[in-house]
Write a protein that binds this ligand. Structure first.
Ligand SMILES: C[S@@+](CC[C@H](N)C(=O)[O-])C[C@H]1O[C@@H](n2cnc3c(N)ncnc32)[C@H](O)[C@@H]1O
Length: 228
């Protein structure tokens, strides 16, 4: 998925993925990560999600990373928060107190940028990416996290042949395949949405499920440099 694809989606306001309310799995399962409230939270591919505000209201400093400057600007405008904008490369930063949105490519983040983030929330980030980029995304999360870091991950599963992504189908098996070398994986929940779900109906899907996982960074079995 090229960057222009997402920039166009934002420019045309084709952002059906954006939720008007807080993600229900975040509300239901965040406590399962046993957060103290002091940890900084990384939100990859964050859009202008209200989940950022919810996490901040729980006491977390939040670092969101998003390609679209329109999304970053709209997040602060719609939240009625003034942000200090600092143009830069590879990231232009939008900062209000302890909410930071970094506008740029998630793959340009370095481990130093996120060393303070012990928790991560991924809703519609992994599943926004095509198969080959999902492998790079998993590798990037490995390199950005240290032992003990936890990710609350939400994925979607449907017969991929019935629709082109995004969102892409990412079943439990793929989550294991992508992350098991460096994370312990706990499957928390599966929601059967089925063919009558409005999204499934619109896309003509015969089946639809959402899965929720906690991934916890472990030392890993690989001996690749930088990962242990
Ligand atoms: C499906 S949306 C999900 C947004 C958000 N997580 C939510 O729940 O509303 C995916 C977002 O990722 C952004 N994006 C795509 N590729 C990216 C990249 N390489 N780096 C940063 N953001 C990216 C897109 O602009 C888009 O806003």
């Amino acid at each position: 998925m090229h960057h222009e694809f997402w920039q166009d989606r934002w420019t045309r306001n084709e952002i059906g993925f954006h939720q008007d309310s807080i993600n229900q799995y975040l509300v239901d399962f965040w406590s399962t990560l046993s957060p103290s409230g002091n940890e900084s939270v990384l939100v990859p591919l964050c859009g202008k999600s209200h989940d950022i505000l919810w996490l901040n209201q729980k006491g977390h400093a939040v670092l969101g990373v998003e390609l679209s400057d329109m999304a970053c600007r709209d997040f602060f405008l719609e939240s009625k928060l003034n942000a200090t904008v600092t143009p830069g490369s590879p990231f232009t930063t939008y900062i209000h107190d302890d909410i930071q949105l970094w506008c740029g490519d998630f793959f340009a983040l370095s481990p130093q940028d996120t060393a303070h983030c012990k928790l991560i929330f991924d809703r519609a980030a992994l599943i926004a990416l095509p198969s080959e980029t999902r492998q790079l995304y998993a590798a990037q999360l490995k390199s950005l996290t240290q032992n003990g870091a936890k990710i609350l991950l939400v994925t979607m599963e449907y017969p991929q042949a019935e629709m082109d992504g995004p969102p892409f189908s990412v079943p439990s098996e793929e989550v294991h395949q992508l992350f098991q070398s460096h994370f312990t994986i706990r499957h928390l929940h599966t929601q059967e949405l089925g063919r009558d779900d409005p999204f499934a109906k619109r896309k003509g899907l015969s089946q639809l499920q959402e899965h929720v996982f906690i991934l916890q960074r472990s030392t890993g079995k690989s001996t690749e440099s930088g990962l242990l």
